[in-house]
Design a protein around this ligand. Structure first.
Ligand code: TYD
Length: 145
């Protein structure tokens, strides 16, 4: 069966929010709130106005992106369809499976983009050429790996 990484697999996931007059709290448990084991956490911050991040896809990596502070946009492309998400709350995140091209842009001043990742950092897992990504998305043998 054709195993294309459709953009429909990308989704916003709402997280538990423990509300308190002294401040709210959100927590994330692997395999409970997000569909993969968390092997790595990183965050983007001090992004200058007008800058964009991302501009790549991953061969195997799954990610969950949260606007821990401020806001930014995530533009996704699976080679056939595009979707855009405005991230501006810390109680939900965007799940991105493998082989989805992503661009992050329109960072607000002081924004923090928190990323949970299913694997350790591996440059070999990156696809940094969008036409190559589109080509691989049409390659059934590659996708079934
Ligand atoms: P990259 O993922 O390309 O940044 P972004 O997609 O946010 O624009 O990472 C930028 C550089 O940071 C990369 O060349 C290597 C380094 N890096 C690490 O060393 N470890 C990591 O976990 C990440 C995400 C990046």
């Amino acid at each position: 069966m054709f195993n294309a990484p459709q953009i429909s697999k990308c989704k916003l996931i709402y997280l538990p929010k423990v509300e308190n007059v002294k401040g709210n709290l959100t927590f994330i448990e692997e395999n409970e709130h997000i569909p993969f084991p968390i092997k790595r956490v990183y965050y983007l911050y001090d992004v200058p106005g007008g800058e964009s991040r991302g501009g790549h896809a991953h061969k195997t990596l799954e990610q969950f992106i949260i606007a821990a502070n401020g806001s930014f946009d995530v533009i996704l492309d699976d080679g056939n369809n595009k979707e855009s998400y405005h991230m501006n709350r810390s109680y939900y995140g965007l799940y991105i499976p493998k082989m989805i091209w992503r661009e992050l842009e329109n960072f607000s001043s002081g924004s923090v983009c928190l990323v949970l990742a299913s694997e350790l950092y591996d440059e070999d897992d990156y696809i940094r050429d969008q036409s190559n990504c589109k080509q691989l998305n049409g390659d059934q043998n590659f996708l079934s790996i």
